[in-house]
Write a protein that binds this ligand. Structure first.
Ligand code: GDP
Length: 310
């Protein structure tokens, strides 16, 4: 991939896609193809194919997906499995047909078994049952990885897959259907502004997640696009996890909220722990740069200015 390559970032308005675009532009890649959901419905095979026929991208970041937190996954399982299977199948197959030189597919750490040896190595994939709250989404994402691997084996394509830790950052989705960081930022912000006595955190607060700032993931994706061509999916994390209770305490401090934190144990915890072994990408020479407090502060300030302030 060089500065003049024709690069399609699928899903460029989302959390991860928009961060990849920011990084690419900053690094001097000028030839980006970007299509909003309204302009191109990637669940539609004919439209996807017509788009590839016309645009012929050389490199592709597959960040288009139906995503959401524990509540959305549990409430809309059909949307999660259907849309993700359709989007990735259309893109991956059409990329093969139209000769995309390299494709980077984004997986998710929730594809690993619910009870998995920590930190989780790539080899743990498909060694146990998946956490039920996100199983339909996870099955779709596993299929995406298997599609890439199978096309590589059968057709000699260069389609790689990345498995990121829990990603958060600017441009995240801050409503009830979103992930925990965005959900809690909104809750603490509103509690502070409206003078509430308490903030309710779902579950026991005990689950542990590895929170990765989105710009670090975007950096890793561009790094891997340039440096990695293996058939094995590759983990991307920062090597440290945080309990949901500690996450809530950090956000409470950032929001300068003086009230209580209440845990609603009627809500699901999901996977007890999810910490990736990122030894493979580290060995290639990549490392995350943003510590959790800094990433949360940037995201909180962005939310205040760009979402809450509007
Ligand atoms: P997961 O990482 O796939 O389980 O998805 P989430 O990011 O949605 O949730 C992570 C953990 O945070 C789960 O244990 C949730 O129950 C917990 N959690 C606590 N409060 C919230 C909240 O306000 N929103 C979300 N999405 N999760 C929360």
């Amino acid at each position: 991939m060089n500065k003049n390559s024709l690069i399609y970032v699928a899903g460029h308005t989302g959390l991860i896609g928009s961060a990849i675009v920011r990084k690419l532009l900053k690094a001097g890649y000028k030839n980006l193809i970007l299509k909003s959901h309204r302009e191109l419905d990637l669940t539609n095979q004919k439209k996807t194919e017509a788009f590839f026929r016309k645009n012929k991208p050389e490199y592709l970041f597959l960040a288009a997906a139906k995503v959401g937190g524990i509540f959305a996954n549990d409430t809309y399982p059909a949307d999660f499995i259907y849309q993700n299977i359709m989007i990735q199948t259309n893109i991956i197959d059409t990329s093969y047909k139209y000769g995309v030189r390299k494709l980077l597919n984004l997986g998710s750490a929730c594809i690993y078994p619910k009870y998995c040896k920590q930190p989780i190595k790539e080899e743990s994939l498909l060694t146990g049952s998946i956490e039920p709250t996100n199983e339909p989404y996870a099955v779709a994402k596993i299929a995406g990885i298997k599609l890439c691997q199978s096309y590589n084996r059968q057709f000699g394509t260069n389609f790689i897959s990345v498995i990121p830790a829990n990603v958060y950052g600017i441009n995240d989705y801050f409503d009830k259907g979103g992930h925990v960081v965005a959900g809690l930022i909104k809750k603490f912000y509103e509690a502070k502004i409206k003078g509430y006595d308490s903030v309710t955190v779902w579950g026991t607060g005990k689950p542990r997640r590895e929170f990765l700032y989105v710009d670090d993931l975007a950096d890793a994706c561009i790094f891997l696009m340039k440096k990695y061509s293996g058939n094995e999916a590759i983990n991307v994390g920062r090597g440290r996890d945080t309990s949901i209770a500690d996450l809530a305490r950090i956000l409470k401090k950032i929001a300068e909220f003086k009230g209580k934190i209440i845990f609603d144990t009627s809500k699901p915890d999901g996977m007890p722990q999810r910490l990736l072994d990122s030894g493979k990408i580290t060995a290639l020479g990549w490392r995350a740069k943003t510590d959790i407090e800094k990433g949360l502060r940037i995201t909180y300030e962005w939310y205040k200015k760009s979402i809450a302030g509007k």
